[in-house]
Design a protein around this ligand. Structure first.
Ligand code: APR
Ligand code: PHB
Length: 389
């Protein structure tokens, strides 16, 4: 088949981009390796910045988000002794919305048929061909038959392990990477949250986060050594650990319940630059990973997609070649700032095994400074709600 843009991957990045392009009348097809149920089974973060909400608004797909999303005016940093509330509404005039990535993906998925966005699920062995030329192709296997998509651009929205970034010759880009010495063990449970706002806690036993999906569904995390396995943590052990790490006030309000989902995710900071190579544009996790501290992953995918849609619209609508040429620099400028914020919040809130008394004293001093400085709180708040596009 022939189309204008072939999108690889139907996660949030691929589906958002597909819908934005269709809104502009640009032809595209999305190729996804998995089934819709598999894609919806992946539990990820759930804090949306304004830019992500406004993309859903622009698409007219925000009805459920508006009805069910929980606006949050602040969040908390705890350090075992105190809670520092970051009043993001007062400090920035903005809010974030707690709405699961799964729900956002479902909204985008449900609208595909009506919006005439074609998604091919079960596309195996996707391969990108001639990406440096103006006539790239994507081939894939479906039901044992090889298909070929001829297009003008490929959008690589296929996550960290997908084939798009790997199609770029190693000597034509640079990878920047930091791997952290722990992972986050997460639990999802049908119980009311222990606090109406998120709590990020740096306790001597390690990090903990109290989050939520709704008034009736909670999401919690603790950091664990990379050698730990989910089986090492039965529900009771995890609830006990959360109660200790979140501090007595939160602990008193924790409602325990059986895990609907429990998994360990490693933490990584990663950027691949540039984010465009020839006719291939990388978006979302295909180009970069942030540690989940600060919940930037999905929001960064949304800002990439915003820039990618602008570039492609410029190209197809106004024959503006520079629009595509500028994609990588624009996207990366925002990516690096979010990488910095996620990394610094991770360093502030976790006990690294290699850290000694000096590093701990620095954490304490920084938390003291944040507690006493409106400027420091404003800096955290403006990064948390998302920097401007
Ligand atoms: N062929 C086709 N599709 C593929 C292939 C492949 N070879 N490899 C991966 N994919 C698909 C995955 O199955 C997945 O549905 O690409 C999609 C990528 O989705 P995500 O991993 O969710 O990445 P992205 O859309 O960039 O979302 C970024 O969402 O997933 C979180 O942590 C992520 O929060 C971040 C944000
Ligand atoms: C979540 O609710 O899953 C979540 C919230 C905030 C984060 C990370 C994850 O920083």
């Amino acid at each position: 088949m022939k189309t204008q843009v072939c999108i690889v991957g139907a996660g949030p990045a691929g589906l958002l981009l597909g819908h934005l392009l269709r809104l502009q009348g640009i032809e595209c097809v999305v190729l996804e390796r998995r089934t819709p149920d598999y894609v919806l089974g992946r539990i990820r973060a759930g804090v949306l910045e304004n830019i992500t909400v406004s993309l859903m608004e622009r698409l007219g797909l925000d009805a459920r988000l508006k009805a069910e999303g929980l606006p949050h005016a602040g969040f908390n940093l705890a350090d075992g002794e105190r809670m520092i509330r970051i009043d993001i509404a007062e400090l920035t005039g903005q809010q974030v919305v707690v709405y699961g990535q799964t729900e956002l993906t479902r909204d985008l998925m449900d609208a595909c048929e009506e919006r005439d966005l074609e998604v091919v699920y079960g596309a195996e062995d996707v391969a990108l061909v001639d990406i440096e030329s103006d006539t790239p192709k994507v081939t894939y296997l479906r039901d044992g038959v090889r298909h070929r998509v001829e297009c003008r651009f490929i959008a690589g929205c296929d996550g960290f392990h997908g084939p798009s970034r790997q199609a770029i010759p190693a000597d034509r880009g640079q990878a920047y990477e930091k791997v952290y010495p722990f992972g986050w063990l997460g639990i999802l449970a049908e119980v009311p949250p222990c606090n109406h706002e998120l709590i990020y806690s740096n306790h001597e036993r390690g990090f903990a986060l109290a989050s939520m999906r709704s008034e009736a569904r909670s999401r919690y995390y603790v950091d664990v050594p990379l050698t730990d396995r989910v089986e090492d943590w039965d529900d009771e052990r995890l609830w006990d650990e959360l109660a200790v790490r979140l501090g007595p006030e939160a602990a008193a309000n924790i409602t325990r319940g059986p895990a609907l989902e429990k998994s360990i995710a490693p933490l990584r900071s990663y950027v691949f630059a540039p984010m465009r190579f020839g006719s291939l544009l990388l978006c979302g996790d295909a180009a970069h990973i942030v540690p989940p501290t600060g919940a930037k992953g999905l929001n960064l995918a949304a800002s990439d997609v915003y820039y990618a849609a602008e570039s492609l619209t410029g190209f197809f609508g106004r024959s503006d070649n520079d629009a595509v040429a500028g994609y990588s620099d624009k996207a990366l400028s925002r990516v690096w700032k979010a990488e910095r914020f996620s990394w610094s919040l991770t360093k502030l809130m976790h006990r690294f095994p290699e850290d000694g008394p000096f590093e701990r004293a620095m954490q304490k001093a920084e938390l003291d400074y944040i507690a006493s400085s409106r400027a420091a709180q404003t800096s955290i708040a403006e990064n948390y709600v998302g920097l401007p596009l």
